[in-house]
Design a protein around this ligand. Sequence first.
Ligand code: DGJ
Length: 752
Amino acid sequence: MPIIFHNKTKEFHIYNDKISYIFKILANGHPGHIYYGKRLADREGFGGMIEYALRDMAPCAFEGNSTFSLEHLKQEYPAFGSGDMRFPAFELERADGSRAVDFKYQKHEIYRGKKKLPGLPAVYVEDENEAETLEVTLEDAQLGARIVLSYTIFEAFPVIARNTCFYCGGECITLLNAMSGSLDLPDKDYEMVELAGAWSRERHVNIRPLGYGIQSIYSLRGCSSHQFNPFLALKRKNTDEHSGEVIAASLVYSGDFLAQVEVDNYDVTRLIMGIHPNEFCWELNPGEHFQTPEMILAYSEKGLNGMSQTFHQLYRTRLARGKWRDKARPILINNWEATYFDFNEDKILALAQKAADIGVELFVLDDGWFGKRNDATSSLGDWQVNTEKLPQGMKRLSEKINEMGMGFGLWIEPEMVNKDSSLFRGHPDWVLADSRRNYCHSRNQYVLDFSKPEVVDHIHGQLRKVLGEANISYVKWDMNRSFSEVFSNGMNRSWQGKVRHKYILGVYGLYERLIQEFPDILFESCASGGARFDPGILHYAPQGWTSDDTDAIERIKIQYGTSYVYPLSCMGSHVSASPNHQLFRYTPLETRANVAYFGTFGYELDLTALPGQELLEMKRQISFMKDVRELIRQGVFYRLKNPFENNSSAWMVVSEDRTEALAAYFRVLQPAQAGFERIRLAGLCADWEYSVQEQCPGGTSKPLSREINVCFGDELMYAGLSVSDAASGLYGVAREKQGDYLSRLFRLKKIH
Ligand code: DGJ
């Protein structure tokens, strides 16, 4: 897994056994991109892949060499205003307004391992032999400023982790744009894959062909957003889930972002990713530096599943951290959809007792336990227990829940404030809004100015007290609104350009302090469901609430899309009531569980209102989940059939040693006289024999029909597993597994 510098050709070759990433120092001293893709054998020179030929009648040519134009060269970290007319990776301004820059190679360093990015989330190594890092320093001699481009390659993953750091020289500079990385690709024959959506419809897969000009996704909402995810992939037209090339970029960041692809008029594709430049304006004084977030570039020649499996393994094992990274996650009950704000201690204890009886391991008390909060109009910011609702306090409540044999978890929304709160009354200037004007509320709440350390300190003090006083083993950290009129009251002009990034650094800082103080707590992130479901937050909270939409049928699409980047170990998924509270749809309990198993499993409904038969079925579901949860958390996930294109869909998870698997099939509507249907499984060992058992409602298992209850891996993968309906010629016959919103679950085990 070396990084090689070829001194003669001034070329860097970063490679492991799967990928090569190559660039060189061009004649003008700027780094020029050569290649990113499937591994190439190392050789002294790759310069033959550089195309110097000019286009256009009069391109901007480099002084003294009319055959050298940045306009037509592939670059590593392009600037604006040096002859390249495309959208730049960075832009900065001097005090006199000049934006011309000339950053040239100064030196480089190659070292084992990977450095941390102070204050920012990033992938990491546990042993320095897992990865190697290259840092290339570019210098603008006039400014004395330096840019350090950093590249890490892991032995085990086909990824390059990139980040960029700007160092001010003797002269003050202002960064107007500072992307984490940039990648110029030699053609435009790609389709752009993105995850798009809305509240309760997060991360739907959207694929579009590349066209000339700019196509981008972004967030300017202060969080990564429901609307787009900080992920973008470029796939070849024939690439599908199982085969073909993909280059994907994922930003380890939770704030405003830009992910952009530009196709120039000579068919070159430029991908850039980083903090959104809108409202970003970072002044640097001598001695100061600015560190960008990290961008992960992944390459797959095994289709979109190959790409996702890389992200899953990297993010599950080398981005998530802490005690819970490698632990089985507790099966929980959350009271939100069971009670909303309308609860008291008796109601909570009754719900908890029912949950304990069926085997639930963790009780989560959601919104409404603090201040005088009985609806969404008050008390955010006042993190003291509401003793009218919980007269014995949080400590006693947590003890009572513990006595039932369950852990106790709590919901918080630390970044927000209601006007009806002691916090707001005492500190109206702590709101992130221009307090001289009208500013928007959202759900009656306002964003606290986390760019100010004193605000973060104050919230930290309150939370440390709450978390320290009761037996709390889990925290759900919510964030329920977008930014609007962003302004940091009382701060100067230079501060305002930094506020949005400083805010998210404040969030990361508070998470870090709480993680250090309460290392045993399992944090789950949330932002009105999945508005901050991104790699950055995964570094602090190893699981996240995937979506407020708990409807099983909608969840198939949401979880399918989310799995493009995020491992099942971080996807919060709960069984909720039927009819569903978001879509009013009736779905079988079996299907609700079959979808929710593929994530961090839990329940979110009023168990006290359910018939005994359903509770019994849930009890069996829980014992089944306890049996398979480690397979689901750590297994290799395959998407098998796409719910965005079909009435039926399927996915599966296979243990790393391929001896075990769990496959799920979902069908939205029952067709009349359904055709025969098979699902081709994946990831099994072709010549091993597997027992195939279909899980029945209630979680018991019975063998499939005799003929196929033992199958070879090659049969299951190449001929497929039959999911056809049983014959339905006679009324009332073979109805057991038919109807709308049907799902089927198959457990496979290698026969020894
Ligand atoms: C939004 C979350 O996504 C829900 O799960 C719930 O916690 C509510 N907020 C509470 O206000």
